[in-house]
Design a protein around this ligand. Structure first.
Ligand code: ADP
Ligand code: MG
Ligand code: ZN
Length: 569
């Protein structure tokens, strides 16, 4: 037998405190960086094991680690989990507005006496003067900033107080390392975090791959409510007793879908900001305990929830950004086993979201619109979805590795040769001085005589309308594929204008054969789908009064009364 490689002192501590044999990914190097006293920046996908990167050194180092975290629920979840591993309850505490004065005093005593190794605080708590005073005197080992994307307006859940963390740390005044952790990898968010936290020149950055190869990505056309509800119920029933989350944008949809599932014998519950905290926390516990299988939630659910065996994540409403989508789908298959990620997409929903943006300040509106353009591109693409997602996060990925783990790889579309069209597209980018986004460029080649085209005199430029014999979807496909293949790049700072890359210039000089699949035309696909639905299914209506009556009956044991629970199908 070969001798086992020697176990490092960190590995020993890992086994002792958490019962794990090995570190995941770069956890060990990250922890080592903290021990070296370096500012440390960790970009690791959801489920990658970020918490351990500060929990373990927190337990090991002298003093107490300060962990800044955006949500009370998230802190509670972590404190419970550390206590379950640790020897005493005092080892981890949180300090936030949910505590009484007496409880706060106790927490501070435990820190002073050295019992507490990890303290979770909200950024608001940090800004309170009496706390700053206290932290200034206390022995702090290092500061961890979890969910650090909250610092950036380009992150999916921007929290203004997060921008003041640096200011507070300066007031507290220890010269200790900080570790910032996030699952958001877009270059813009990253640079915002480093800048705002003023991380040291020699800080270490650890970026893990964002590929989750056990997740299957799929987009389906979203039709009328009844149609889509039936699809959802069908999919959920294909996976009996499995845990899943269905994300929606409105409280009403959360309630309705949960109810429709319950009537169909699925243990489902709604979760949204309109429910009181007690109910919400009960629902969350029930989900963890598997008394509830499916949660129909607005985005208020799931951040930091650690349930390893979530088998599916559906989006009834399209999310507002790819970051959101990636984070939310990331909650599936944390245990490494399968996870299905299905998004229902209708162009109408994009328009609805755009309407919400209309009253926002200019900056926010432009930003929101651009994030949504990406979601739209993701939904409509016929390229490998995994490749699209990873490209978005700045990672090159060869789709042959997808292993048919997305709908587009599993059911590939016929490819069309578009070499000449790519030339025309890139030429248009040049003609318009690399100053316009995809939408304007598409309108230009299509020869749309919009007000903008006329006002700017674009209608007289060479190439205007050169592609008018083709459809919109053809040209947006060409531009998006040019993006995916790095012939052009999108400049986020200037509202998503397309710029030619070196590769693009080279292509113009010497074009090579370029074949692409054309994007989905969802309106048409939906019409085909609806036609294909069995007649008997169509005859069933999700009537609200029927739903209510059924819910009532269920309470009185529908079965005993001889009422079949599966009435909808
Ligand atoms: P993140 O914050 O990156 O989304 P978590 O910190 O919640 O991820 O960790 C995800 C899961 O991975 C948790 O169930 C955690 O217990 C587990 N995990 C973390 N590190 C290890 C390890 N070294 N070995 C085994 N499991 C681990
Ligand atoms: Mg986390
Ligand atoms: Zn794929």
């Amino acid at each position: 037998m070969t001798a086992k490689a020697s176990v490092s002192f960190l590995e020993e501590a890992l086994a002792e405190n958490f019962g794990f044999d090995t570190f995941k990914g770069s956890q060990e190097a990250i922890i080592q960086s903290l021990f070296d006293g370096k500012d440390t920046f960790v970009i690791m996908p959801t489920g990658g094991g970020k918490s351990l990167c500060y929990q373990l050194p927190g337990i090991m180092m002298e003093g107490c680690a300060l962990v800044i975290s955006p949500l009370i629920a998230l802190m509670k979840n972590q404190v419970d989990s550390i206590r379950s591993h640790g020897e005493s309850d005092e080892i981890a505490h949180f300090l936030n507005s949910s505590l009484s004065k007496t409880q706060m005093r106790q927490v501070k005593e435990d820190i002073t006496s050295g019992k507490t190794k990890l303290l979770f605080v909200a950024p608001e708590t940090l800004t309170k003067e009496e706390n700053i005073e206290f932290f200034r005197e206390a022995r702090i080992s290092f500061v961890a900033i979890d969910e650090a994307h909250c610092i950036s307006e380009w992150g999916h859940d921007f929290r203004p107080e997060y921008r003041r963390i640096r200011e507070m740390l300066d007031l507290i005044g220890h010269n200790i390392p900080i570790i910032a952790l996030t699952a958001t990898a877009t270059p813009k968010v990253q640079s915002d975090i480093v800048k705002n936290l003023r991380m040291g020149e020699d800080h270490n950055t650890f970026v893990s791959s964002f590929n989750r190869d056990n997740l299957y990505y799929e987009v389906r056309p979203k039709g009328k409510k009844e149609y889509t509800f039936r699809q959802i119920i069908k999919i959920v029933k294909e996976m009996p007793d499995q845990s899943g989350i269905i994300y929606v944008q409105s409280r009403k949809s959360a309630e309705e879908i949960a109810q429709a599932l319950v009537v169909n014998g699925v243990k489902a519950a709604p979760y949204h900001a309109g429910l009181d905290p007690k109910t919400r926390s009960r629902t969350q516990d029930q989900f963890l305990m598997e008394d509830v299988d499916v949660i129909c939630a607005t985005i208020a659910f799931g951040m930091g929830i650690d349930k390893p065996d979530v088998r599916f994540v559906m989006h009834y409403d399209i999310p507002k950004s790819i970051e959101n989508y990636y984070q939310e789908t990331g909650r599936a298959g944390r245990d490494g086993l399968g996870g299905r990620c299905i998004a229902f997409y209708a162009y109408k929903d994009i328009l609805k979201l755009e309407k919400f943006l209309r009253d926002k300040p200019l900056m926010e509106r432009e930003m929101g619109a651009q994030l949504m353009q990406e979601v739209m591109a993701y939904s409509e693409t016929t390229a490998c979805r995994r490749r699209f997602l990873l490209h978005y996060f700045g990672e090159e990925y060869d789709e042959v590795n997808c292993n048919k783990m997305c709908d587009n790889c599993r059911h590939p579309r016929e490819r069309v040769e578009v070499t000449q069209s790519v030339v025309e597209a890139l030429q248009a980018v040049k003609t318009l001085d690399e100053n316009y986004p995809l939408k304007t460029l598409t309108e230009f080649v299509l020869g749309k005589e919009t007000k903008q085209m006329k006002d700017y005199g674009f209608t007289d430029l060479p190439g205007f309308g050169s592609g008018k014999d083709k459809e919109d979807v053809f040209w947006s496909s060409v531009f998006r594929q040019a993006l995916l293949n790095n012939l052009v790049r999108k400049d986020i700072e200037s509202y998503g204008t397309l710029k030619l890359t070196k590769e693009g210039e080279a292509f113009l000089k010497k074009p090579y054969t370029f074949e692409i699949p054309i994007d989905h035309d969802f309106e048409k696909e939906l019409a085909d789908d609806m036609r294909g639905e069995a007649d008997d299914a169509k005859a069933v209506v999700l009537d609200e009064t029927l739903l209510l009556a059924l819910k009532d009956l269920r309470k009185k044991e529908a079965k005993r009364l001889g009422i079949p629970p599966f009435v909808i199908f």
